[in-house]
Design a protein around this ligand. Structure first.
Ligand code: EPZ
Length: 454
């Protein structure tokens, strides 16, 4: 297992191009199952989760290829897919357990093939993560859904012995924590091929859903209202070929904004989706971070300069569905607030247990007091290096940010960075290009360095 060693204290400066969005890419790759025509996505990042999805789609009868971009400054590579054998419709536990987003294949496979068997994803380190709303939505469209040996089995009932279609209807996708992003992706994708009109109420408004709807429309779907809580889908009989460039990754961009903030740095992000980051940028602005971009540029692909000085101000922040502050940036902002001048309050309202980074940040000298889904962050003058353990994707990023600012003897050692590789492409190289002292130590390197080993 790889680990990172970071010697903190450097002020980061320079320029980076934001990669294509992981969370847009995953449901969009699954949407390739909705057609047997050529399907091309551009700006696909080189990440472990993307590789898992490529493998899964290969197992589901698709010819898939992924060409990665060699240049670390490119926003990503090209993914192509063609469904050639539509009879293999089982997403096995072996793959689903490595990546929960495998659930995205359920809606497309069901709508196009009339049958899908998808292993029920288990919980993960950020919480329980049920998929009941996905299933409720698909059954409202007429699917028969049962559970067998841990697998969801979804079928479109036959009509007089012939393959049937899902039926458009009004579907409510709200749950105890608001809407569901991947649930909206599943139901919206399935409804494109349903008979009649589907109206999704309490749909997720995330930019990744807007991009998915735009992709589906480019394939011939008739979707309106994406980006609002009511999405209308007029079903069509089939979808065709597409070549689509995906949006930039707002969470990667938000993380590098935090890197500028925590190191009192000066970083310019190209291909930066400022329009999708307003809540995060509002919080950074209140902390005293300066962000500048050209108001005439495409607000989803702007060049944004982030500059910060020491002595950031404390703030309050509550995670919410988009356009509120994203849960996927909570851990990273917490790392920055550890060094603010005063007490901050962070409340997590999407995944109320998503706080595994709290104990690890405390090992680096952070003063954090958790009560239920709220953490009081009492700013300290400095963080100190320590060995820490990454527990999930965004928690890993948070520890790296803390490591960039930690000052003292010895490095910060972050173990289990495989979590990071699920969502941040070549983060160590990107941080090095900004002046950070970060090394990836892999087990292979250690075997070579060990005495007596050739
Ligand atoms: C997506 O997960 C993202 N994953 C997550 O990103 C992100 O944290 C999350 O949305 C919230 O923004 C991908 O896009 C691949 P949800 P998703 O369904 O869709 C509850 C990252 O770090 N819920 O919107 O699975 C759920 O428990 C990740 O990149 C139900 O109760 O999340 C949570 O409290 C991790 N029943 C809330 O809704 C359901 O059927 C929102 O979850 C579904 C969800």
């Amino acid at each position: 297992m790889d680990r990172f060693e970071i010697r903190g204290g450097n002020r980061l400066a320079g320029r980076l191009t934001i990669k294509g969005s992981k969370n847009a890419a995953l449901p969009m790759m699954a949407a390739g199952l909705l057609t047997d025509q050529p399907f091309v996505l551009r700006d696909i990042p080189d990440l472990a989760d993307i590789n898992n999805m490529v493998r899964l789609l290969g197992e589901l009868g698709c010819q898939v290829s992924r060409q990665s971009a060699d240049d670390i400054e490119s926003p990503g590579g090209v993914f192509t897919l063609r469904a050639v054998d539509e009879s293999i419709s089982h997403a096995r536990y072996d793959i689903v357990r490595t990546m929960r987003a495998s659930i995205c294949v359920l809606g497309p496979m069901l709508a196009r093939r009339g049958y899908a068997r998808v292993s029920l994803p288990g919980g993960c380190s950020i919480g329980e993560r049920p998929v009941d709303i996905h299933l409720r939505g698909l059954s409202a469209l007429g699917a028969d859904i049962t559970l067998d040996q841990g697998d969801i089995i979804a079928r479109v009932p036959k009509v007089h012995g012939k393959p049937g279609r899902l039926k458009g209807t009004r579907v409510f996708l709200g749950g105890p924590f608001g809407s569901t992003v991947l649930g909206t992706a599943n139901v919206m994708s399935a409804a494109t091929l349903a008979e009649g009109t589907t109206v999704i109420e309490c749909a997720a408004c995330e930019p990744e859903i807007v991009d998915l709807a735009n992709l589906l429309n480019a394939m011939g779907a008739k979707i309106t209202g994406q980006g609002s809580p009511r999405i209308t889908i007029e079903g069509v009989k089939e979808l065709g070929a597409v070549d689509h460039r995906i949006i930039a990754d707002r969470i990667e961009a938000g993380t590098y904004m935090c890197a500028a903030a925590i190191t009192a740095g000066d970083i310019t992000l190209d291909n930066c989706p400022v329009d999708a980051l307003m809540a995060h940028m509002d919080r950074l602005h209140h902390m005293g971070v300066t962000m500048q971009w050209d108001a005439k540029a495409d607000p989803m692909r702007a060049s944004c300069r982030i500059t910060a000085t020491r002595g950031l101000k404390p703030i309050e922040v509550t995670t919410q569905p988009h356009p509120g502050f994203p849960t996927d940036l909570q851990a990273q902002l917490m790392a920055v607030l550890c060094l603010a001048e005063g007490n901050s309050v962070i409340t997590e309202r999407i995944f109320t247990e998503r706080f595994l980074h709290v104990a690890e940040l405390s090992r680096m000298g952070a003063q954090l007091y958790r009560q239920g889904s709220t953490v009081i962050v009492s700013g300290v003058r400095k963080l100190t290096p320590a060995p820490v353990m990454a527990s999930d994707l965004r928690a890993s990023a948070s520890l790296i940010l803390a490591g960039l600012a930690a000052e003292g003897p010895g490095p910060t050692v972050i173990n289990r960075v495989y979590h990071l590789d699920r969502g941040y492409e070549k983060m160590e190289l990107r941080l090095q290009s900004l002046g950070a002292e970060v090394q990836r130590i892999s087990e292979r390197d250690e075997a070579t360095l060990a005495p007596g080993v050739a």
